[in-house]
Design a protein around this ligand. Sequence first.
Ligand SMILES: *Cc1c(COP(=O)(O)O)cnc(C)c1O
Length: 228
Amino acid sequence: MTDIAGNLEKIRTRIRQAEHQYHRTPGSVGLLVVSKSRSVAEIRAAMACGHRDFGENYLQEAITKMNTLDDAEICWHFIGPIQSNKTRAIAERFTWVHSLDRIKIARRLNDMRPAATPPLNVCIEINISDEPTKSGISPDTLQPFAVAISKMPRLRLRGLMAMPKPCADFAGQRCAFQLMYDCFAGLLADNLQLDTLSMGTTEDMEAAIAEGSTMVRIGTAIFGTRPK
Ligand SMILES: *Cc1c(COP(=O)(O)O)cnc(C)c1O
C-alpha cells in the first residue's frame, strides 16, 4: 500500500518550506486531504496521522464513507459540483462547501442547514481561467454574489476557491492565483469578513501558497494516482 504517513509528512514539509520561501506566516496554510475515490482504509490511515479535514466531490460516495466511518471527529468538505437535488444532504452532513457558484443553490443550502448545527462554511468558486465548460462564477459577477451570500444567516461566507487550468510553468500558475488574490482583496476592501483562499493542488500548491492560499487541497501526492 502507498506510504500515506510518509507522503503526508512530505506534504507538510512542502507547505512549511513554501510558507518560509514566500514570506507567509508559519502555519497560515492549512491542508485539506482530498479523499475522492479513496477507500475508508486510506482515510483511516490519514486520520491516524492526525488529519481531520477531508474533501469529497461526489455526494453518494461521501455518504457511504461517512456512514462507515461514523465520524464524530472528521470535518467534511464538499468540493465538487452541486446539483439542487443534493443540497439537503450536503447541508446536513458537511461542515464546509468550497464549490458554491449559484444563488439558487446557496438559498437551498441556507434553508436546509439544520438549526441545531452551526452555519455552513462556504467558499465561492471562481472560474479563474475563464474556461467555458468549467464551474465557478466569473470575477465580474463576484461582488454582488458575495454580498448576497454574506447575508444568508445559515451560511458563513469564508472566502474563495478556484481550480485553474493546468499550467506547466510556475509563473503561469502564479498568474491565475494572483487574480484570485485580487478578487479576495477586493471583497475585503468591501468589508466582507473573509479568511479563506482555497487554492492549490498537487501540481500547483507552491504557486498557490506564493499568492496567498490559506488551504491547499491535496489528493494525488498523499494517496498516489487515482484509480480510474
Ligand atoms: C481532485 C481535486 C483536488 C485534488 O487534486 P490532486 O491533483 O489529486 O491533488 C483538489 N480540488 C478539487 C476541486 C478536486 O476535484
